[in-house]
Design a protein around this ligand. Structure first.
Ligand code: COA
Ligand code: NAD
Length: 697
């Protein structure tokens, strides 16, 4: 039974001979248990009412149905299942029409496909995002979409999770009619009346046949083997669609079995964690503070980062003034931004006219900081050097207008020390973008001791405007992401000193799901970046810390990674090969340290690397640098290519368990007690049988 304390999730009414069924479960009309129960009851009751001749389904509020309630996938579904509700809609003796607006995704589209006709308001988005959540459509989507659109089109939608507009859905046969405007309830009344008058043809989808297409199924299987070798659910969608050529009841049964196998898989849990991580990070202590208005951005430094940040701001419709050291550097920055904008035009994100307008005036360049006096928010992206940054902030303090936000894009440096170079530390914040800044989704918002709440809120509002995911971080060396990266990279270096090759380490971690292993990533970023970091930290490096000189020696030999064609690997075109020069240096370093190389299997490589990552991630939560474990997961997922289906390092940690992680750390500590230390938070979790997930609530 529905909870009587809750408002109804379905608003059913009769208007003459028409039964109207409005789905009313704000904010997005997700199909929860209550929606299923009340929808089934309403359709059954109206279907049996002799006074009713037709039924129309529509969504109240901003959307039709955004999908099944994703939170409910965590537990076995409570009856009635949505597939039963859809079967009841399809079996109804009266014509049932669905009017869709906003989104009809996943379970929402399945409800619509079970109706006897579909009318979409222009602008409606439809699709089957289930594979992005580790499941498959489980309420007839894999059986009814092929019957309406054919097997190739259904496979294209269901295996990828792509979203299409109403017109494209009509062209595929998933929607019968697209209307330009109207209010959903009124359109629902009209659609039902049209169905009764014969003006809107009705039919039961399940009575149609799906034409067999073995070639399309084989092509989809082959494509997934290439594009999603590590994923479980996309492969199951092909098996489910293959059953659509037989009787509907048998196909629905097969779909259900496959859905349940996906629902029980760890990948489903990881992908749903990632979905909520993207949204959870917005819940910050400063959420209620009013952001300051930002229309004009000032950027100092137009190198890799400054030009990427400028591109991102320009694409979001903000005006940008960029300051470089001299005319030549300014020209180079403009060329980089123009190339980025050309890329956006090619990807269809920008019109050629808009690009030309941006380059003709929306982007302004200068070599004098005085040009930044009117900017609402200034971002510094100059060299990673504390003296340079402090001197610059002192000058910006004298130039920026009152109330302007002063942001630094530093990767590692102390934002408090940078803020202290101004007389307005409350206006200073870290906005740590990732390279390429106009593409990468993550923005770490680094909150210093005196940063004002509305300045933090402004950082989050800017991220939203730029289409980025902001995560709140505290001040420490490297904030959340780079601090963890510095630590786990050491674990990878130690594995190499002890006997693994860089290629073995990368291959093991790529098989685990990382887009690139740590040595391939270092080569891509440039080995000089880590080299400078190590030099900066050398004076404070503890004597007990193991140190690998391999990367330093590669830099000294001019092997800086991809940009010089050689680093840990050699590069030719798109292919990489082990670099004999690197292997020789590794052998020399092992010999100098008196180390006899050991053999490491892929499982041990992953265990050591992941345990190091989790240990530092745990300390980041423990000392408050991250608000919650889920914030750390978001940083690694959206900024560092962590495999989404594993949910992030601390979600993954829960699947391993605190006791096992401690056992590993203690075993490794026998070799290196300085590096391998048990974080207090992990010890506490093991003692209390608790999880990182429990700390997200
Ligand atoms: N189940 C449960 N909760 C959902 C949900 C779903 N299917 N879809 C959205 N929500 C929640 C969000 O978590 C968010 O909650 P919060 O405010 O507590 O953080 C709220 O609804 C609003 O969603 P949000 O994504 O912030 O709104 P939006 O307007 O930017 O986007 C959608 C709306 C529908 C496009 C987007 O939420 C979406 O893509 N949802 C997932 C759809 C999906 O995958 N459905 C298939 C399920 S089978
Ligand atoms: P870069 O060397 O490509 O660019 C720096 C630019 O700043 C140069 O074009 C230089 O001419 C200019 N510059 C230096 N001093 C200046 C001044 N006083 N006034 C005006 N311009 C000046 O460096 P980058 O990779 O773009 O890094 C910039 C900052 O961003 C650093 O703090 C870095 O740590 C950080 N960061 C870099 C990355 C990355 O992947 N490259 C990622 C995140 C953050």
């Amino acid at each position: 039974m529905s909870d009587p304390a809750q408002p109804p999730a379905i608003v059913a009414e009769t208007v003459g001979a028409i039964g109207l069924v409005g789905i009313d479960n704000p904010p997005v009309n997700a199909v929860s248990h209550a929606v299923r129960e009340e929808l089934l009851a309403a359709v059954t009751r109206l279907g049996a009412d002799p006074a009713i001749q037709a039924i129309a389904l529509y969504g109240r509020g901003r959307t039709f149905i955004a999908g099944s309630d994703i939170r409910e996938f965590r537990a076995p579904s409570k009856p009635p299942l949505l597939t039963e509700v859809c079967s009841a809609i399809e079996a109804c003796a009266k014509p049932v029409v669905a009017v869709i607006h906003g989104t009809a995704l996943g379970g929402g589209l399945e409800v619509a496909l079970a109706a006897h006709a579909r009318v979409a308001l222009a602008g409606t988005v439809v699709g089957f995002p289930e594979v992005t959540l580790g499941v498959i459509p489980g309420a007839g989507g894999t059986q009814r979409a092929p019957r309406l659109a054919g097997i190739p089109a259904a496979l294209d939608l269901i295996t990828t999770g792509k979203r299409i507009d109403a017109e494209a859905a009509r062209d595929l046969g998933l929607v019968d009619l697209v209307v330009g405007e109207g209010e959903p309830r009124e359109l629902a009344l009209k659609a039902a009346a049209d169905a009764l008058a014969g003006a809107l043809p009705v039919r039961r989808t399940g009575e149609l046949a799906a034409r067999p297409d073995e070639a399309a199924l084989a092509a989809a299987t082959e494509a997934l083997a290439r594009s999603a070798p590590n994923l479980f659910s996309p492969h199951r969608t092909v098996e489910a669609v293959a059953a659509a050529t037989g009787p509907l009841a048998a196909g629905l049964k097969r779909e259900r079995e496959l859905f349940e196998a996906c629902r029980a898989s760890p990948q489903r849990a990881g992908l749903i964690h990632a979905f909520f991580a993207e949204r959870a990070v917005a819940k910050i202590p400063e959420a209620k503070a009013a952001p300051r208005p930002v229309a004009a951005i000032g950027i100092v430094g137009g190198g890799t980062m400054g030009s990427g940040i400028a591109t991102s701001a320009l694409l979001a419709g903000l005006s940008v003034t960029l300051v470089e050291r001299d005319e030549a550097a300014l020209e180079a920055a403009r060329a980089r931004i123009a190339a980025n904008l050309d890329g956006a035009v090619k990807r269809g994100k920008l019109t050629a006219q808009r690009r030309d307008a941006i380059l003709a005036g929306v982007l302004r360049g200068a070599t004098d900081l005085a040009a930044l006096g009117e900017a609402d928010l200034l971002i510094e992206a100059v060299f990673e050097d504390m003296a340079v940054k402090r001197e610059l902030f002192g000058r910006l303090d004298a130039i920026a207008k009152a109330g302007a936000v002063l942001a630094t894009n530093t990767s590692y440096l102390d934002v408090n020390a940078i803020a202290a170079a101004t007389a307005r530390p409350a206006d200073v914040i870290g906005l740590h973008f990732f390279s390429p800044a106009h593409i990468m989704k993550l923005l770490e918002v680094v909150v210093a001791d005196e940063t004002a709440p509305e300045v933090v809120a402004t950082g989050f509002a800017l991220a939203k405007k730029l289409g980025k995911i902001a995560v709140r971080a505290g001040v420490c060396d490297g904030f959340i992401g780079n601090r963890i990266l510095s630590h786990d990279k050491k674990a990878a270096e130690y594995l190499v000193l002890d006997g693994a090759s860089p290629a073995q380490v990368d291959a093991a971690l790529e098989a685990f799901g990382f887009a690139m292993g740590p040595f391939a990533v270092s080569d891509l970023a440039g080995l000089d970046i880590g080299f400078m970091e190590r030099k900066r930290l050398a004076p404070t490096r503890p004597a007990a810390e193991r140190y690998s000189r391999v990367a330093d020696r590669l830099v000294e030999a001019g092997a800086l990674g991809r940009k010089t064609g050689r680093g840990f690997y050699t590069y030719e075109g798109k292919s990489r090969a082990e670099n004999p020069e690197a292997l020789a240096i590794i052998a020399e370093e092992r010999a100098a340290a008196g180390l006899a190389p050991r053999t490491f299997g892929a499982d041990e490589i992953v265990a050591r690397y992941m345990t190091a990552m989790i240990a530092e991630a745990a300390r980041v939560v423990e000392d408050g640098t991250a608000l919650r474990p889920i914030d750390v997961d978001a940083v690694l997922l959206f900024g560092y290519g962590f495999p989404r289906f594993r949910g992030g390092p601390l979600h993954h940690a829960d699947t391993v368990g605190a006791a096992e992680l401690i056992a590993r750390i203690e075993a490794y500590a026998a070799e290196d007690p300085h590096f391998w230390r048990v974080p207090a938070i992990l010890a506490d979790m093991a003692a209390n049988g608790s999880t990182f997930a429990a700390r997200n609530d």
